[in-house]
Write a protein that binds this ligand. Structure first.
Ligand code: SER
Length: 891
């Protein structure tokens, strides 16, 4: 039975039993305590906690999930995967244990021809929480499962919670016996490889306040109602129903594995290490594809880091399989898109963007591997030279931080050289860095408040209505005030506050658009708003200072935004849409938007591209966009269904595609995007768009910066003044300027070279004179000379060597030249071979001179250089050197 069919059957079964089928939520969890959705119930947590009203009391889903804590186990066992789908039926205060257990039994044992999964009854086992007699009784008497196939287990196995504060409760699990060839008798208690867990029925009835570990938590009380949360691993079911040995061999992953084997010319099932790599590739390619499709971009923090690690582990394993510098991700992603596309049709529609992002990450990582390997080799050499066996933690951290080397890669490569890595040191540095980054991000998003405070406010205020699409001011109420991170009923003049309003015209920073600023007035108080954030979906927090009076919760208020700022930001936002479309037209659909920032008069737009964007393309896009402005296209915003928006070809930033209703912003027929931001009414209002340039901002992502409206005009006006000045100064027409400047620069370079030559010649001219004037000290020719100030250190050296060369080989000679290339004195000494035989050493002589000059220096016996800080001591320094020579040769 195919995976897609397993999901269909499950959902149909529960639909027939009154459940509303809810599509899978995005992998990007809305829940601020989680990075990624890791269980089927995650999107329903607010329903269990009674915070939100569910769309129906019976729900069923096939939910995409990602779990990475056991990522190292992937491929080594039969059942660890980073991506999986959890089939689940849920009851929010509707049915409970007495219904859910028979439901599960019926679906599992009903024959395949009758819409079930056709499991033989005698292969199924059940476990219950140790004191849950009710569940035990249901299995024993209602279902009729024999006593010996029901096992009681403790907290570790039969209690479920999210690992953080939230809902939880005892559970009952259903296991399938794969047969004697898979392990020993004795049920799940004895062997969880032979007895495979297929379904977890959680009796969700408690509210947990503190969760310290799986078995150590505080129960706060009962949830508002008794609920059911079940989870059936689709991939595990497929393993059984497709009669394969492990998760990586089921229909959806095996196709990827098979293609990877073909591309790397590896035979699956021959060699354990190669098999593990193939399975990792199969699992990770699918996970990476699903994450990118949900809007995660590779990065160094949070979800971005999870994705980056998965993609880089894939590339690394492909290399272990012998891919070398060949790039296979595109083909493998293609397979993943095709196999998963049946259940998630949006994958096919988004294929160009998905490829764009994954291909770029692969290219950048291969580059990283090349550079990083060179750096790694140096680190290994240094470690070995110190006769150490451990690569320092700082090196591992640097490889990670600067060159993107995952630690497991460093460990593996170090082991290949017989070295270990100071992992503890590495982790300490990582932790320090993460904490710094976290503190930064948290402070920005939430001010100084703990996120739970916002949860309470949202519960109290409900979803805040945004009026700012058509209003710049509004009458509203103060719904909550936070000062110093805690809710307060009143705040006085001078205090920094975060204010929640019942309704607001203020746009909270989001979707690349900067926040509005403005003022909130009540009868007694005035608050200047400098920032607006939405720390939780539905909640808007205005940050600022109480300028005067006392602000109170419950006060009537007028909220008014800074209209000029908003207009300028809206112009930037509309311009971003146009430029986005322009780049897609020019570079193809793979140029996916990877972030943007719309500020007043200026915007930047990041998108994926494999290399620099040529100037000519930038000019073309700019041209096309400005033509759209002149045509003054109407801007429309409207709400529609997801499907409808897609059918119209609206560009979606990934991750925005899950609401039932989406907002589409269209600019004439030119651009159409899903967008929650604010915009101009017609494209003519932008006036002018000026693209400033583009640059790389990391892994396959380019950034374009541009100006809009009056800022664009002023920029061009300034450039124009500049050009006018140049034509004036150079006495040339505008179009002649480049050529004229080119000519000047060339002439200047030639002149500089000439000058340099002349100076050298001049310096060397004195060489003959100096040699002729040498003094004789006990049979040694000694030349000391002070060169004119400004003579370069190189010339001093050349001169010393030239003079030395003028003495016959058997004539001992010492030459010491001093000078001051800048305000610091320099001294060079040269001794020929005959001189060295008399015991004279250039390094030593320079040492004597440099000391007198207030500095240091030294070097080899034949030539040496030094310097100091006191040019006025040059005469003394030269005399001291002569003295030192005399002392040496008179011995
Ligand atoms: N929440 C439970 C689990 O994740 C059942 O859905 O296993």
């Amino acid at each position: 039975m195919e995976s897609a069919e397993i999901a269909r059957r499950f959902l149909r079964f529960f639909e027939e039993r009154g459940h509303k089928i809810v599509p899978s939520a995005s992998l990007i969890a809305e829940d601020p305590t989680l990075l990624l959705v890791n269980a089927g119930m995650v999107p329903f947590k607010p329903y269990f906690l009674g915070q939100r009203k569910p769309p129906a009391s019976r729900l069923a889903t096939a939910q995409k999930c990602v779990r990475t804590p056991d990522i190292e186990e992937v491929g080594k066992t039969t059942r660890h995967a980073t991506f999986f789908q959890m089939l689940g039926n849920f009851s929010i205060g509707d049915y409970f244990k007495a219904e859910v257990i028979p439901f599960a039994w019926e679906l599992l044992t009903r024959s395949e021809s009758d819409g079930g999964f056709g499991f033989p009854e005698d292969r199924l086992w059940a476990t219950v929480y140790h004191d849950d007699d009710e569940a035990y009784d249901l299995w024993r008497n209602r279902v009729g499962l024999p006593e010996e196939r029901i096992q009681r287990r403790g907290l570790e196995d039969n209690y479920w919670h999210m690992g953080v504060a939230g809902p939880g409760g005892p559970c009952s699990e259903i296991y399938y016996d794969r047969g004697a060839e898979y392990g020993k008798e004795g049920g799940p208690v004895a062997d969880e490889d032979r007895y495979l867990e297929v379904w977890n029925l959680v009796f969700m009835q408690y509210q947990l306040s503190q969760v310290r570990s799986k078995v150590d938590f505080d129960v706060d009380g009962e949830l508002p109602s008794k609920n059911i949360d079940t989870g059936m691993g689709l991939e595990r079911m497929a393993t059984i129903l497709q009669g394969v040995d492990n998760l990586y061999e089921i229909d959806t992953t095996y196709k990827i594995l098979d293609r990877a084997a073909e591309l790397t010319k590896t035979r699956y099932g021959r060699d354990h290490r190669a098999d593990v790599s193939l399975r990792v590739v199969a699992d990770h390619v699918r996970t990476g594809t699903m994450l990118v499709a949900d809007g995660v971009l590779p990065g160094n923090e949070g979800r971005g880091y999870v994705l980056r690690r998965i993609l880089r582990r894939t590339v690394r394993n492909l290399r272990l399989l012998g891919s070398g510098d060949d790039r296979y991700m595109h083909e493998l992603t293609d397979v993943a898109i095709n196999v998963m596309g049946e259940q998630y049709p949006e994958l096919k529609a988004d294929a160009p963007q998905i490829h764009g992002i994954i291909d770029a990450e692969e290219a950048s990582f291969l580059g990283t591997l090349r550079t990083g390997t060179a750096i790694f080799d140096v680190a290994v050499e240094e470690t070995k030279r110190r006769s150490a066996t451990t690569l320092p933690g700082e090196q591992a951290f640097k490889l990670h931080d600067t060159y993107g080397f995952p630690i497991d890669l460093t460990l593996e490569m170090a082991a290949e050289h017989g070295l270990t890595v100071d992992e503890e040191g590495f982790r300490r540095l990582m932790k320090e860095q993460r904490q710094a980054a976290k503190a930064d991000a948290a402070a920005k998003k939430t001010g100084n408040a703990d996120i739970s405070v916002f949860g309470q406010l949202l519960e109290a205020s409900g979803k805040v209505e945004f009026l700012g699409y058509d209003q710049t001011e509004a009458d509203t109420n103060v719904a909550g005030i936070i000062a110093d991170g805690v809710p307060v009923p009143v705040a006085g003049a001078g205090s920094s506050v975060e204010v929640v309003l019942a309704r607001t015209p203020f746009y909270a920073e989001g979707g690349g658009q900067l926040a509005d600023q403005g003022v909130i007035r009540t009868s007694g108080a005035e608050v200047e708003v400098v920032d607006v954030q939405s720390p939780l979906a539905g909640l808007v927090v205005h940050r600022g200072k109480v300028r005067k009076g006392e602000l109170r919760v419950g006060d009537e208020a007028q909220a008014e935004i800074d209209v000029e700022r908003r207009r300028a930001i809206s112009r930037s936002h509309s311009a971003t849409h146009l430029v986005h479309r322009g780049f897609k037209n020019a570079l193809g659909e793979t140029a996916a938007q990877a972030g943007s920032e719309n500020s007043p008069g200026r915007f930047r737009f990041d998108f994926t591209a494999s290399g620099a964007v040529p100037q000519s393309v930038l000019r073309d896009v700019e041209d096309e966009v400005n033509a759209v402005l002149i045509n003054d296209l109407q801007v429309n915003a409207f709400y529609t269904s997801q499907a409808e928006a897609r059918a119209m070809g609206a560009l979606a930033m990934f991750g925005e595609k899950y609401g039932d209703e989406v907002r589409v912003v269209e600019i004439g027929d030119y651009s159409r995007e899903l967008c929650g931001g604010t915009h101009v009414h017609s494209s003519g209002q932008l006036g002018l768009v000026k693209v400033l340039g583009e640059q790389s901002v990391g892994a396959g992502v380019r950034r374009v910066e541009a100006l809009v409206g009056i800022d664009a005009f002023r920029f061009l006006a300034r450039e124009s003044v500049l050009v006018a000045q140049l034509t004036e100064q150079l006495k040339a027409r505008r179009e002649e300027l480049p050529e004229r400047i080119d000519g000047i620069v060339t002439r200047l370079r030639t002149a500089e070279k000439e000058l340099e030559k002349l100076r050298s010649a001049q310096v060397l001219q004195v060489a003959g004179d100096l040699a002729a004037q040498a003094r004789d000290l006990h049979g040694v020719s000694v030349v000391t000379h002070r060169a004119p100030d400004g003579t370069g250190a190189d010339d001093l050296r050349k001169l010393a060597l030239d003079v030395r060369g003028r003495f016959p080989a058997d004539r001992p000679a010492v030459i010491v030249i001093a000078g001051a290339p800048s305000d610091r004195p320099v001294v060079v000494a040269a001794v020929n071979e005959a001189g060295r035989e008399r015991g004279l050493k250039a390094g030593q002589l320079v040492g004597v001179a440099a000391k007198a000059l207030g500095g240091g220096g030294g070097g080899k016996d034949d030539v040496a250089q030094g310097g100091g800080t006191r040019p006025e001591a040059t005469g003394d320094a030269l005399r001291l050197v002569e003295q030192a020579v005399a002392d040496q040769v008179s011995r």
